[in-house]
Design a protein around this ligand. Structure first.
Ligand SMILES: Nc1ncnc2c1ncn2[C@@H]1O[C@H](COP(=O)(O)OP(=O)(O)OP(=O)(O)O)[C@@H](O)[C@H]1O
Ligand SMILES: [Mg+2]
Length: 231
């Protein structure tokens, strides 16, 4: 049997949001483990805590209590600066609304994470063009986001998430703004990246069609994991 190596582990994680009506407990003692090379869908009704979980996994936010171990290191108590550093090196994000910078063209958008890391421009251009090629968008390298369709913008956003060799790609409703054919193509791209390059991918989705493509599905309900299934 192949021994899978654990990339990250959340244990008894809670998340409390302060609100005007008092504290709101969005995660209620959640356990979640992700192995390297896995592709997992996170599903659950609106408000069940999916984005909250993704923000914690992706170092965009802290858990309130519980532990978070990433790559063998306890990261539960790191400060914002330390979290930002890990986030920039280890995590590639893809969001429903793409979040491409409107004034930059596709190539410049993909280059951004590399430039933040101080990688030389020539090398950043080369790596970014390779990545655009991978998502079949090289011919649109000079196009600005408003000159691209939704599916094309999402492919550029995926290239940006991949370019820095992140340890994990976190996608929150990546097909939420796309029609069903484009949505299928984007999911197919994730599946290829997982199967051919062993990329570790977490996809949050409402779409049964999308989760159907994932070998492991984790269902959240009311701030907890309620079911796990693997095919
Ligand atoms: N910044 C915040 N302040 C207060 N409450 C919040 C905050 N962010 C999320 N919540 C609450 O926490 C719960 C979980 O929110 P979350 O965004 O994780 O849900 P979700 O599963 O991603 O939902 P959706 O499918 O609608 O995106 C919700 O009840 C939400 O109202
Ligand atoms: Mg959400």
């Amino acid at each position: 049997m192949i021994k899978l190596s654990c990339l990250l582990e959340l244990t008894h994680v809670t998340k409390v949001y302060p609100t005007q009506a008092g504290e709101y407990l969005a995660l209620k003692g959640l356990d979640f483990t992700l192995n390297r090379g896995e592709m997992v869908a996170i599903v659950g009704t609106s408000g069940s805590g999916k984005s909250t979980l993704m923000n914690i996994i992706g170092f965009l936010d802290h858990c309130t209590t519980g532990s978070y171990v990433f790559s063998g290191r306890d990261v539960s108590h790191l400060d914002d600066e330390e979290l930002a550093l890990i986030r920039n090196q280890k995590i590639g994000f893809v969001f429903q609304s793409f979040f491409l910078l409107p004034r930059l063209n596709a190539l410049q958008n993909v280059m951004l994470p590399l430039l933040y890391r101080g990688i030389q421009t020539d090398l950043a251009i080369k790596k970014s063009l390779d990545m655009l090629q991978k998502v079949d968008m090289k011919k649109f390298a000079e196009h600005k986001p408003n000159q691209l369709s939704g599916g094309q913008q999402q492919r550029v956003a995926i290239a940006r998430a991949l370019v820095g060799d992140a340890e994990v790609i976190l996608a929150d409703e990546p097909t939420g703004s796309l029609d069903s054919k484009t949505s299928h193509d984007v999911m197919q791209l994730f599946i290829e990246l997982n199967q051919n390059e062993n990329r570790t991918i977490v996809v949050i989705t409402h779409d049964k069609e999308v989760s159907h493509h994932c070998p492991r599905v984790v269902t959240l309900h009311d701030g907890k994991v309620v079911t796990e299934s693997s095919s």
